[in-house]
Ligand binder design. Structure first.
Ligand SMILES: NC(=O)c1ccc[n+]([C@@H]2O[C@H](COP(=O)([O-])OP(=O)(O)OC[C@H]3O[C@@H](n4cnc5c(N)ncnc54)[C@H](O)[C@@H]3O)[C@@H](O)[C@H]2O)c1
Ligand SMILES: O=c1ccn([C@@H]2O[C@H](COP(=O)(O)OP(=O)(O)O[C@H]3O[C@H](CO)[C@@H](O)[C@H](O)[C@H]3O)[C@@H](O)[C@H]2O)c(=O)[nH]1
Length: 437
């Protein structure tokens, strides 16, 4: 069996290299010619642990190739994965127009029996629509079957998530195709959910909605902890050890960001609304997240006892929406930096990989490749991403670098015991604040 991938973002390239790694021949198409030329040379602008190495290895072995010809891509594979972006439209729906456009084009190029596996995140009903579009453009006798096969990988962990999938969801009414796809994925997972198109599509959106709700829930508990002197990390542990609840996605902080949870939650609310249903819990989770994103600013103004930040230098540690990625889509760092500027402050920023991305949006931030330099002379430090470099920094040095050390830890990554040892004012989310005197 040969595989084709359409769309060379994180999902497409990771899917392609992982299947190539287990021995499949894979071809990838993207309408961005520059991207395809880079990928064919082993160059990739996504920072994802292990991805570049796997890409180079499989290019050398000749198991993966990149093309700017959609026809070549469609002709090559027995299974064609669609992994193009589905961004939010202004009305809150996911934009599936690129998938629709591809469906028309694929219909014209079909040269044999094909399975079209939609991995992009789409609203319920999309696979049915795409099947209709392909069928009405397919002038051959070859069968072209659409399946829903949603993707659950996390950025920063994309390769290991793919080689160890907790489940594979296969949405199709055709049992032969379902079995074939299960075999294809058998090296990656032992758990398969066979279902119809709409259920598969909804499993994806419901999963992200649930994760976002869990995060907003613990962030509200953190805010309650602040009111009553409890410690949210212990509350989360105490709750999470109950196997019905589970410890994951109970890390309180500055809210969820990234290319998926913010977009997919809004889309789920809109899609429910279009069906005549008010997805009340998720609407609240989104609102809680919006407020939580600016929590560090609230803490900062309180700690400095000021109403604005004019004349203040704020060191921002961490720009990507989470560690181990250079993705800054919906990263909490962006509204926070914007707000610091609105309040008249200056920003010194550190991130191990995401600086080039943020520079395109905020050219006037002072960027540093060392944490010491970003902190030096600052009035406050905001920790926004839990990068290992930031966790492991020697905060014992802080009083030599700052006149009145103040840390606002938006990710609760530093231990209260350690911070107590240093002469520092330390605020985190849902934990006791510490004062140097
Ligand atoms: N990034 C993730 O962690 C993740 C995880 C699970 C699911 N998803 C979903 O998977 C999909 C892809 O996500 P991503 O982060 O890889 O997206 P991305 O935006 O990073 O990449 C999408 C790629 O598709 C290409 N593309 C768009 N329209 C095209 C067309 N008509 N023909 C050819 N190429 C086209 C773009 O040029 C781009 O390279 C989205 O629906 C997303 O919600 C993403
Ligand atoms: O306890 C937690 C866990 C996460 N986050 C934040 O939530 C966001 C999303 O994190 P994560 O889920 O690890 O990142 P993504 O790579 O965006 O992955 C999510 O979105 C993908 C795209 O749909 C799905 O495939 C994944 O299953 C889903 O976890 C980040 O800002 C995290 O900082 C928290 O604040 N607290």
């Amino acid at each position: 069996m040969r595989l084709s991938v359409i769309g060379c973002g994180c999902v497409g390239v990771v899917t392609a290299v992982c299947f190539a790694e287990i021995g499949y021949d894979v071809i990838c198409f993207d309408h961005n010619e520059e991207k395809i030329n880079d990928l064919q040379k082993g160059r990739i602008n996504i920072y994802e642990p292990g991805l570049k190495e796997l890409l180079k290895e499989n290019l050398q072995k000749g198991r993966i190739k990149f093309t700017i010809s959609l026809e070549e891509c469609v002709n090559f594979g027995d299974v064609i994965f669609i992994t193009v972006g589905t961004p939010l439209l202004l009305d809150g729906n996911l934009d599936v127009s690129q998938i629709e456009l591809l469906a028309k084009q694929i219909g014209h190029f079909v040269n044999g029996e094909k399975i079209i596996a939609i991995k992009s995140t789409v609203p319920a009903g999309t696979s049915r629509l795409i099947q209709e579009v392909i069928d009405s453009n397919n002038k051959t006798y070859h069968k072209c079957s659409v399946i829903s096969c949603p993707e659950f990988l996390r950025e920063g962990l994309a390769i290991s998530d793919t080689f160890n999938m907790e489940r594979v969801v296969i949405g199709t009414d055709d049992p032969c195709i379902a079995n074939l796809i299960e075999k294809l994925y058998s090296s990656f997972s032992k758990n398969f959910v066979h279902t119809n198109w709409e259920t598969a599509e909804l499993i994806k959106l419901a999963s992200n909605a649930f994760l976002a709700t869990k995060i907003s829930f613990i962030n509200e508990i953190a805010n309650i902890c602040d009111k009553c002197g409890a410690d949210v990390t212990k509350v989360a542990l105490g709750m999470g050890l109950d196997s019905r609840i589970g410890v994951s996605y109970l890390k309180a902080g500055i809210g969820y960001g990234g290319s998926c949870l913010p977009k997919d939650t809004v889309a789920s609310v809109k899609s429910a609304e279009d069906m005549g249903y008010d997805f009340e819990i998720l609407r609240s989770a989104i609102n809680v997240n919006k407020k939580q994103l600016l929590k560090p600013i609230e803490l900062l103004l309180d700690a400095l006892r000021v109403k604005d930040l004019s004349g203040k230098v704020i060191a921002v540690l961490g720009l990507s929406f989470k560690p181990d990625t250079n993705d800054i889509r919906n990263s909490p760092s962006l509204p926070i930096i914007k707000r610091i500027f609105e309040l008249g402050g200056t920003v010194n920023a550190y991130d191990p990989v995401a600086i080039p991305e943020v520079k395109k949006i905020f050219p006037v931030v002072n960027y540093y490749s060392e944490i010491d330099d970003a902190i030096s002379g600052a009035d406050a430090v905001l920790i926004l991403t839990e990068w290992d470099h930031i966790k492991k920094f020697d905060y014992g040095k802080i009083s030599a670098l700052m006149d009145n050390p103040l840390i606002i830890d938006g990710r609760n990554i530093l231990s209260l015991e350690e911070m107590e040892k240093y002469k520092v004012n330390y605020y985190s989310i849902g934990r006791t604040a510490l004062f140097s005197n």
